[in-house]
Design a protein around this ligand. Structure first.
Ligand code: HEM
Length: 535
């Protein structure tokens, strides 16, 4: 019998399945790569720049020194993802506001103060607009706005930003109301016999239905397309999460051969196909011609939002290719729906822990629900939403305390003077850590206290503009902030109108795990009690 030999492992040939063979080949390549890097002189990719006097301060930045094998760098010193926020605090305490790391051959400079965050996030120089290489893991090779950089990003962002203005969402208010009413009904059923439950699935479904309509411009939730899209999106995000847990899968040349990579492509194509159907629908109705856009706008005239059309319509109008539209829409939905449902649950959780604030928000909501000019037949008027001021402050304060934005990244395409005398070479990636900045008493006194009044106009004006980063800040901030707040407000107001909310979970036990699907490690548990059976 013949036996193939690989990396010192002997396997009987008959038993070798294709998968095993692949693993052997990949491990061999991986080991060769490591051995090569041991014998390669330990020098940075930015060797030339680093040698110059100009980069002396960069070279001398504090931080854990790279592991002897530069290719691995500090990767082995990094904790599990669940401990990431704790590690950010510890590193800040040890190395201060600006320190340096090397992970898998990538040089990283970590920034932990609002002024440092402003230098990079607030810059309008297109050399500082590229996201970190980690983003390729999420949506590699696609043309969605979170992946673009330089002029292309700028043109696209300008093109679609009208579709994300506050008033642009007015036309979807019936959809926000319809899906939220259904959510409240589902929760009522879930809690009819009391008990402690998680509400993650119900909230996620509701957010997906609201966001897909607000982003696509049509309701895909009721037909099979919506279900396929939602399921594919979930699988897609789970695959990315799995990949993030296994560092060797982060190497593109390893990933390309992995079976999950093919699965990822398969579900991405399913999402694209759903978008394709929507796009064909638009084209059939000739909605993308100027005339039809005018017509679409006529439909919503009188409501003061006549200039707003969906991002698909805008891209069609501007001649963006079908492929790029599919990718844009799929990625926008991917980044929109989980974050909003997690943020909504985090806000509800903090309201459950702070019954006094819950009461204030409920009283505010009740006032709207008892006014027939603002609420009737299950519909809360869009124009009434801004009146939920306390609730909005509670949502912002919750997102400060348990920030879903863990790391904001920018890879430098040109050297950047971060502060006087400290120049960072091109090629380095800057990491900004919002959870650390959000807990700095200089910006948020008594940072562990839930104090929504921090977001009153006056204290907000006095605070550094880059101290609150839940939706990032500067020209490349989150384009969907307004939609996220609208959806969260609508859902929480209707829930508080119907139920009193408590939780058996403790604030200290909630661990936010950074990922493409950021959120609490375990779904938060709630207890809902109907206030009044007539509500
Ligand atoms: C509470 C919910 C949300 C949170 C916490 C959140 C947070 C963020 C953060 C931190 C970024 C990174 C910005 C940066 O790199 O500086 C981002 C980017 C982005 N978000 Fe959101 N987001 C939320 C909801 C949404 C929604 C509802 C949408 C879409 C409708 C959306 C669309 C996007 C897009 C397209 C980008 C990339 C923008 C660009 O690169 O120009 N997000 N978001």
């Amino acid at each position: 019998m013949e036996y193939p030999y690989a990396v010192g492992v002997v396997l009987p040939f008959e038993d070798v399945k294709i998968g095993n063979l692949l693993v052997l080949v990949l491990s061999t390549l991986f080991i060769i790569h490591i051995v090569r890097s041991i014998f390669t002189k330990d020098k940075s990719k930015h060797e030339k720049e680093e040698d110059s006097e100009k980069y002396k301060a960069f070279r001398n930045l504090p931080g854990p020194r790279p592991f002897p094998i530069r290719f691995i760098g500090n990767a082995l010193q990094l904790p599990k993802r669940r401990d990431m926020h704790r590690m950010m605090d510890e590193m800040y305490a040890k190395y201060g506001p600006c320190y340096r790391l090397t992970v898998l051959n990538e040089d990283i400079v970590c920034l932990n103060t609002a002024p440092l965050a402003q230098v990079i996030l607030g810059s309008n120089d297109l050399n500082y607009f590229r996201k970190g290489e980690q983003y390729d893991i999420y949506f590699s090779g696609t043309e969605g706005i979170p992946m673009l950089s330089g002029e292309k990003w700028k043109t696209r962002r300008k093109m679609i930003s009208g579709s994300f203005k506050y008033k642009a969402f007015q036309r979807y208010n019936p959809s926000f109301n319809k899906h939220t009413e259904k959510l409240v009904e589902q929760l009522d059923k879930l809690y009819q016999n009391g008990g402690i439950h998680t509400i993650n699935d119900e909230v996620k479904e509701c957010v997906f239905k609201q966001s897909s309509e607000a982003i696509l411009g049509v309701d895909i939730s009721e037909d099979s397309g919506g279900t396929i899209f939602a399921k594919s999106l979930e699988t897609y995000l789970n695959i990315i999460a799995e990949r993030l847990c296994k560092p060797w899968l982060l190497l593109n040349w390893v990933w390309r051969f992995h079976p999950l990579s093919a699965k990822q492509n398969e579900v991405f194509n399913k999402m694209i196909n759903v978008t394709k159907t929507v796009l064909e629908g638009y084209k059939k109705q000739n909605k993308h011609t100027s005339n039809s856009l005018t017509k679409a706008n006529d439909d919503i005239k009188g409501s003061g939002n006549s200039d707003f059309v969906s991002m698909i319509e805008v891209m069609l109008e501007n001649g963006v290719s079908d492929k790029e539209i599919f990718e844009e829409v799929a990625i926008t939905l991917a980044v929109a729906h989980d974050t909003t449902s997690e943020a909504m649950q985090i806000a509800l959780f903090l309201l459950a822990l702070h019954p006094n604030h819950q009461e204030i928000c409920r009283a505010e909501a009740d006032e709207l629900f008892s006014d027939p000019t603002k609420y009737n037949d299950g519909n809360l008027q869009f124009s009434a939403l801004p009146e939920l001021k306390n609730l909005e402050r509670c949502i912002l304060e919750s997102s400060r305390m348990l920030s879903l934005a863990s790391i904001l990244m920018r890879k430098l395409d040109a050297p950047l003077e971060l502060q006087e005398g400290l120049v960072i070479p091109a090629g380095v990636t800057l990491y900004v850590f919002p959870p650390v900045i959000h807990k700095n008493p200089e910006y948020f006194p008594n940072p562990e206290k839930f104090d929504p009044d921090r977001f009153l106009p006056e204290p907000s004006k006095q605070r550094h503009p880059y101290a609150f980063l839940s939706f990032s800040a500067g020209p490349r901030n989150c384009i969907g902030t307004k939609l996220a707040i609208i959806e969260a407000k609508m859902m929480i107001a209707k829930i508080l109108h119907k139920f009193v909310v408590t939780t058996p979970d403790k604030y200290e036990d909630i661990v936010i795990v950074p990922s493409v699907i950021p959120g609490p490690e375990k779904p938060i548990r709630f207890i809902f009690k109907r206030r009044n059976p007539a509500n």
